[in-house]
Design a protein around this ligand. Structure first.
Ligand SMILES: [Zn+2]
Length: 109
């Protein structure tokens, strides 16, 4: 039962999904469900510890990539919203200042 994914199969899938985004040279592959240590090539400051299974199901495990991915998605949504309501804000014509009301007629003479 269950599907056995060996290291070669995992690497093949990972590379077809992420290309050269992650560095797998430091990982010790034991099984599909045993966490491995990999590195994001773009953000090598932090090792990514993730199971091969999760790696293939998510954006890969790099928090920074995930954040970028979310930002991009958010930006796209915001841009679409902007474009759909791209009316210039109406300029309010400034009302001419009224001169102060002259004199009060209610003063008893
Ligand atoms: Zn990354």
């Amino acid at each position: 039962m269950g599907l056995r994914i060996d290291e070669a199969t995992f690497l093949e899938r990972a590379i077809s999904r992420f290309g050269a985004r992650y560095d797998y040279s430091q990982m010790t592959y034991k099984s599909y469900r045993t966490p491995i240590k990999i590195r994001c090539v773009e953000h090598p400051v932090r090792e990514v510890v993730i199971t091969p299974e999760r790696h293939l199901q998510t954006t890969g495990g790099c928090k920074y990539c995930l954040r970028n991915y979310r930002n991009q998605t958010l930006e796209r949504v915001l841009r679409m919203e902007c474009e759909s309501s791209e009316l210039p804000a109406p300029l309010l014509p400034r009302a001419p200042q009224e001169p102060p009301v002259a004199g009060q007629k209610s003063k008893a003479v």
